[in-house]
Design a binder for this molecule. Structure first.
Ligand code: BGC
Length: 716
């Protein structure tokens, strides 16, 4: 590592402040002397632009090479620019949304997608991606659940690690690697009432048990950067939260990389009521250890004054500058400021066959079969040819990409009609839009449905109904789709519903009336090929939900690993009437965490433990037989849950601790075997330790969080 102290000494304070400021690339206008031009929204000046440290949101090898070249010509200290971007689930070859990818329960696939995303973005000049998002998601009203890996800390941690490893490999300076920035530290997903940017109040116990593990896993995997979150956490906005960044992230977890604010989050501390002006916001963020200010420029405008007033020390600024320079050095930019930016490689790799095939494979694995009475897979070759009718707003739509799909384009996606037409004879009338409704079109669709043997009904949300700032207070099917679906069900033919959406939906009527329901999510560039593979039976679905589906929005937030109340349903002391429940609906989910069907069935045996006593530092084995009782091969995700029966704090009703994906031929049986050790029993105890407490535990081996057989053991 170069020693940057000398360089920092030579830099003026203004140059240093520009180095720790990030400006938006695509908001710029060109002018004669500066390739990027000046961002007028935040009144950046020439000096600032010439010395700025990093740029957000531009890509393209030619553009970035030219920008870098011009920057190095004007930059006094020849410090290369760092280009950062949100490459969340693919650059131009778009993979399913992160929530969908988590339903694969296969971190190796997420890693593969991240490697491809890194390659496509690296060749187009990007050095760092603002991914993974490690926020835990529990409230389906919050639009950003689509960017998460769901509600479970164990899976969230696994996927966080996989993303970081996929982007960075073992050395970010290597070819086709980009640095990874985990976000949004911390607990952004707990926005009250699911309304984006809203405040959060989370106990330290909950933070440490459920929320921190995902971020921590990304830090431990070597992520180079951490982003603050927009929310105030327990009364302190994250971008000014010393405890989070100095105590937890740096001291406890040993993070040595760079911290960046979320976009304009520093100046937003004024609206939070946490800073009275820009100068105070800058001071609080710098004191908290936020190195780079994204897009707003309170650092640039106020730090000089704060130093003169003795409210900040220049050493604090120097430390942040050093971290930024070290990151540039780690990426190899001082030796090769263009890194992998290469127009020829762009042509060769972006959207190449290999990447598209990976996108199709991962999309297939991410889809979750929610219901099937046997109507799926669609039988193409029956003697009497069946008439297949495709309808609904997604019947002939290219909207396969969610709201955060980098450079993915709908023109590169095929519609379900186009893909299915290559496989089978179908007729298609969408009949309705997601939000618009024309009576005549509906009647045409209903008539065509009456004349068919089987109906494929493709429904969902607009891509911009989830993602950042897209919270919803009604999470049913938007527009007139439910009414349309009722008309189609009333025809009395078998109906297969395919859902394209970014969040768990409250769809009890669909669940009740459809013959089959396939959750396709926003499946990415090759999404409809994946849907077709599943509908035709070329591939048997194996996705499992990582977020619970509620019956009604009023149940939100609903998640499996909650704490029991003192009055759970069916308790022996109090009558059901006074149990913790709703009087007008279910308190359990419509589809629980871990749920998903395939084209065969499985039978679970009893849980057998090697011992009913576990000694300190010891372990026991748990096993259960699994039989494929159907007539085709299939993959089951056997899930191991633990319940700590009593502790110094209340413990979740269940916690996922491990799982096995097992593929069995028809009639085949095997044993699912798990090792349970003391590490799995540890938690943040009342005396602030992290330890396993002696006492009784339950082990469930289950097909989802609501089922399974169980056995008990004791830690002594
Ligand atoms: C989002 C971040 C994102 C950043 C930069 C913000 O609005 O919250 O997730 O990385 O913008 O695009």
């Amino acid at each position: 590592m170069r020693d940057f102290d000398e360089l920092i000494k030579r830099m003026t304070l203004k140059e240093k402040l520009a180095e720790i400021t990030q400006l938006y690339g695509d908001e710029y206008t060109e002018d004669d002397s500066t390739f990027m031009g000046i961002d007028y929204r935040f009144e950046a000046n020439r000096e600032m632009v010439d010395n700025v440290g990093s740029i957000l949101g531009v890509s393209g090898a030619a553009l970035i090479k030219e920008a870098q070249k011009k920057h190095l010509e004007t930059s006094k200290h020849k410090i290369p620019l760092l280009f950062m971007h949100d490459i969340i689930h693919g650059f131009k070859t778009i993979f399913p949304s992160p929530l969908a990818m988590s339903c694969t329960w296969q971190p190796e696939l997420v890693k593969e997608s991240a490697e491809i995303a890194a390659k496509e973005s690296a060749v187009s000049g990007i050095h760092l991606t603002f991914s993974p998002m490690c926020d835990l998601a529990r409230d389906a009203r919050w639009g950003r659940v689509v960017e998460t890996s769901g509600e479970d800390p164990f899976l969230n941690s696994m996927f966080a690690k996989a993303y970081v490893e996929g982007y960075q490999g073992t050395d970010v300076s290597e070819q086709y690697r980009v640095a990874s920035c985990l976000k949004h530290f911390a607990a952004y997903g707990m926005a009250e009432a699911g309304r984006d940017y809203n405040t959060t109040d989370v106990s330290e116990y909950e933070l440490r048990e459920k929320h921190f593990p995902g971020y921590r896993a990304a830090v431990d995997a070597g992520a180079k950067m951490v982003m603050t979150s927009f929310n105030a956490l327990n009364g302190v906005p994250s971008s000014g939260n010393k405890w989070l960044f100095q105590d937890v992230l740096r001291k406890e977890w040993g993070f040595r990389g760079t911290v960046i604010s979320d976009c304009t989050a520093i100046v937003e501390m004024i609206y939070h009521g946490f800073a009275q002006d820009e100068a105070e916001a800058a001071k609080k963020a710098i004191d908290a250890g936020v190195d780079i200010e994204m897009v707003s420029n309170t650092y640039y405008n106020s730090a000089e004054r704060l130093i003169k007033q003795g409210r900040l020390s220049e050493d604090q600024i120097d430390l942040s500058v050093k971290r930024v320079l070290e990151l540039k050095e780690e990426l190899g930019l001082f030796d090769n400021p263009f890194k992998d930016a290469d127009e020829e490689a762009e042509k060769k790799y972006i959207l190449c066959r290999e990447h598209r095939d990976a996108a199709r494979k991962i999309a297939r694995e991410s889809m979750v079969l929610l219901k099937n009475d046997g109507v799926l897979p669609v039988k193409k070759n029956t003697e009497k040819k069946q008439k297949i009718f495709l309808t609904g707003p997604y019947a002939d739509s290219r909207q396969m990409l969610d709201s955060w799909s980098a450079y993915g384009e709908e023109k590169d996606c095929l519609t379900l009609r186009e893909v299915l037409s290559d496989e089978m004879e179908i007729s298609c009338i969408p009949g309705i839009g997601i939000l618009d409704y024309e009576k005549e079109q509906v009647e045409n669709a209903v008539k065509a449905a009456e004349d068919s043997d089987i109906i494929l009904l493709a429904l969902g949300e607009e891509p911009l109904m989830s993602g950042e700032s897209n919270s919803r207070m009604d999470i049913g099917l938007p527009g007139y789709q439910q009414q349309f679906a009722e008309r189609i069900f009333a025809v009395g033919k078998p109906v297969i519903v395919i859902l394209y959406n970014g969040r768990p939906l409250a769809i009890p009527e669909i669940a009740l009336k459809a013959n089959a329901v396939l959750e396709a999510w926003f499946p990415g560039t090759e999404g409809n090929h994946a849907v077709c593979d599943i509908l035709t039976g070329a591939y048997a679905p194996s996705g499992r939900l990582t977020m619970s589906f509620p019956w009604a929005v009023g149940q939100c937030p609903i998640y499996y690993n909650c704490y029991s109340t003192g009055r759970p349903s069916k308790n022996v002391y109090i009558s059901e009437r006074f149990s913790s429940r709703y009087i007008d609906g279910q308190s359990v989910p419509l589809y629980p965490f871990g749920y998903g069907l395939t084209y065969t069935t499985f039978e679970y045996g009893e849980v057998i433990l090697s011992d009913t006593v576990m000694r300190r530092n010891g372990s026991i084995m748990a096993q259960c037989s699994l039989k494929n009782t159907g007539d085709r091969a299939g993959t089951e995700t056997v899930q191991l849950y633990l319940k700590d029966i009593s502790g110094s704090r209340v413990r979740p009703v269940r916690m996922l601790k491990d799982f096995r994906r097992i593929t069995l031929k028809p009639g085949e049986t095997c044993q699912a075997v798990f090792r349970i050790d003391e590490e799995m029993l540890k938690f943040h105890t009342l005396d602030k330790g992290f330890a396993a407490e002696t006492g009784k535990f339950k082990i469930y081996i289950a097909e989802n969080a609501s089922t399974g057989t169980c056995a008990e053991f004791e830690l002594v």
